[in-house]
Design a protein around this ligand. Sequence first.
Ligand code: ZN
Length: 248
Amino acid sequence: MQSGYFLIADISGYTEFVQLHTLKQKPLFGKFMAKNFENHASIIISDLLESVIEAIEPSMKLHKLEGDAAFFYIEENSELDQADKIISAMGKANEAFTNKASDLLFVQACGCEPCSQSKNLKLKIVVHKGTCVTQKIRNFEEISGEDVILTHRLLKNNIASNEYWLVTKEFAKNLSKDNQKKFMPSSQKIENFGKIGLLICEFDSGEPVNSDVSKRSRAINWIIQASYFTKHTLKRPSRKIRIGDSNV
Ligand SMILES: [Zn+2]
């Protein structure tokens, strides 16, 4: 048993994107369209997620990619400001996400549904502190335990917003007074864990803006998006990490 911090950065707004399963049922054309849509959607998501990972990785270890989310873990150390450092990494993640979202505004010129809707994508982060066990399967280390499950379940809540930090009291009590003040109490009913008292900090960044993109003609932006997607389609993910859905 070891004690540590668990964090999930999750990008949402994506599920309402396109109904890929409906599209796929249409003969040929539908299948082709769905593949293209899926491709654009997954390139945008992984690019946004990558910027978030870069911001968090100095403070925590990327443990697993879980679809539109990244799960991080760090063992508790003797530093008194370990939780505060995580909060500042979260601040950097929000900033990196917003910057990347505005950098990517040229995809609006593509016109496909995932590209058009990508301006609605937002970042939410959940954090918990607890205990876990490490299992080694071949070259992979996997952490598990009730607190790992709880961290994942925190994303299944009743909060209407797509843009917030939601943390447990176990995490928040390690924060400085100034950081604690950023949060408001939020009681949530979590599957199998019952009603628990959490803390929330909501954001409202609005739609991304990028004056360079809006100044350019649509034709130029169209060429930029086409080469961006071609480049990212050819370049396969370089991360040596298991990609899969979380089973908790
Ligand atoms: Zn597109």
